[in-house]
Write a protein that binds this ligand. Structure first.
Ligand code: ADP
Ligand code: MG
Ligand code: MG
Length: 252
């Protein structure tokens, strides 16, 4: 079992007017084979958490720690984080001109493992993963993210997840902009990876919709840069019914 441990994490974002504090002490422990939903209203700091884990240069960790099996993640470069088994979809550039999906996946896998995957198995696995995600075979020879629709970007994200087999995956708003069919296909992809590998999933979402397909073991609600409440799947159900209003009423 592997453990990703976030302790008292404080993160600010660099703006023109200086460092703006966003996360004010986040504590989270995620083990492999667990799925954690990170929920919260817009602007609560969910993506900031994802960017901080990804090592995005704009986001500055001012205190606290992140470790993966005791290793200091915050000291690692973006590449080292991937090698350590962290999958952070947003760590990759939005568009990679001239690099096809096939080549991108293969070089990412090679970089992570330190050796190229065996071609025959790789090709077979990629074909299978693409079929599973109902992506057109032509998709493999397109340039990464160039002209991808919202849905294609999300499918590409899950294709990476299936092919790279990380220890921990941070999926930020994987459900946004997907119609019901695409949401189901993408969710099935995540569930396949969960079943087939020992992966810990941090599923960041504003809406409870995706949680009908990907069942979380734990739910954490982030409000104003802090974990305001934690619980099991029943907490997501309560949020579905009540929204986030109760976190903002006087006295809370
Ligand atoms: P969420 O993902 O929960 O919607 P974010 O982490 O994106 O929230 O944002 C949290 C807060 O940080 C918001 O108030 C947002 O405006 C602010 N913020 C995030 N990124 C930046 C940025 N690059 N520049 C200025 N403010 C930012
Ligand atoms: Mg966000
Ligand atoms: Mg599993």
């Amino acid at each position: 079992m592997s453990t990703l441990k976030i302790e008292d994490l404080h993160v600010g974002v660099n703006t023109d007017t200086g460092l703006k504090p966003i996360l004010n002490g986040i504590d989270l422990v995620i083990n492999t084979n667990e799925t954690h939903a990170i929920m919260g209203p817009n602007g609560s700091g969910k993506s900031t958490l994802a960017y901080a884990l990804a090592g995005h240069p704009k986001y500055e960790v001012t205190s606290g720690s992140v470790t993966l099996d005791g290793e200091d993640v915050l000291e690692m470069s973006v590449d080292e984080r991937a090698k350590a088994g962290l999958f952070l979809a947003m760590q990759y550039p939005v568009e990679v001109p001239g690099v096809t999906v096939t080549n991108f996946l293969r070089s990412a896998k090679t970089a992570i493992d330190g050796e190229a995957p065996k071609l025959r198995n790789w090709t077979k696995d990629l074909k299978q993963a693409m079929e599973n995600l109902r992506v057109d075979p032509a998709f493999a020879s397109r340039n990464v993210n160039e002209g991808f629709s919202g849905g294609e970007k999300k499918r590409h994200e899950i294709l990476q997840l299936e092919m790279l087999k990380p220890k921990f995956a941070v999926l930020d708003e994987t459900d946004s902009g997907l119609d019901v069919d695409a949401l189901r296909i993408v969710s099935e992809g995540v569930n396949r990876v969960k079943d087939a590998t020992d992966v810990g999933i941090m599923l960041i979402t504003h809406y409870t919709r995706i949680l009908n397909y990907i069942k979380p073991d734990h739910v954490h609600v982030i409000i104003k840069g802090r974990v305001a409440e934690e619980g099991g799947p029943e907490l997501a159900e309560r949020l579905e019914n009540e929204g986030y209003d109760r976190f903002f009423t006087a006295g809370v």
